[in-house]
Design a protein around this ligand. Sequence first.
Ligand SMILES: Nc1ncnc2c1ncn2[C@@H]1O[C@H](COP(=O)(O)OP(=O)(O)O)[C@@H](O)[C@H]1O
Ligand SMILES: [Mg+2]
Length: 258
Amino acid sequence: MTKLSVRDVRKSFTGKSGRTDVLGGLTFDIRDGDFVSIIGPSGCGKSTVFNIIAGLLEPDSGSLVYEGALVEGLRGRVGYMMQKDLLLPWRTVLDNVVLGLELRGVPRKIAVEEAREHLSTYGLAGFEDSYPQALSGGMRQRVALIRTLIVNPDLLLLDEPFSALDYQTRLYLEGVLMEAVENFRKTVVLVTHDIDEAVALSKRVIVLSGRPAGVKAIYDIELAERTPIGARSDPRFAGYFHALCGELDIQTKRGEAA
Ligand SMILES: Nc1ncnc2c1ncn2[C@@H]1O[C@H](COP(=O)(O)OP(=O)(O)O)[C@@H](O)[C@H]1O
Ligand SMILES: [Mg+2]
């Protein structure tokens, strides 16, 4: 079943230097239970698409259809983890996690209980009263992920959640994400500039063209295992990686990607 259709969405921004056409008629579908990664050149409009889906930004034209109904945006109905870790520095880890629930009117006592449970599940028991600046980058992203998951949204939008982390921490958090997604049957759309991450985690990868962005290609990824290391060890992994480097025109000194 199709969960979300993005249909012919266009968006331009007008600034001092004139008009920039960012999205040039973008169309794609997200299925129920999908794990889709969106990759594309930097600045092509990936975060802009997310802002439109999340209802923070209006498209100039085009439409969104969610579970069969035309919607303006999915404000309050999606879990949106933005590109920058937006933990509030003046709130403790516990209070950052509680925030999402509070905004939905969950009584504080229940919210705190749930937050403690989640923090413990994700290995952060004992850090409830710490402030974000005292944590490592990986732990901060884990808190941001918990805050996104705890409100139990059925569609998750993750904008480069792991891009600032070292490789080992990234593999670890990819595993945490995959486990959560499978346990709670979430539908996920992930923006990443990491081709390797897109292939390892996704059922499908959507490649966007440069500005104005449109869909350049869609790949179905079929790997035996979808764990961070298992996927990367699959003999088919390299083929997808190579093909996607070609789509993005990534070339290396020692030879062309495609
Ligand atoms: N609110 C805004 N006002 C003006 N220009 C914007 C705004 N948001 C994004 N842009 C511009 O739109 C383009 C796409 O941005 P973005 O969606 O952030 O790209 P990506 O996430 O793919 O790197 C960039 O040129 C950016 O400068
Ligand atoms: Mg972006």
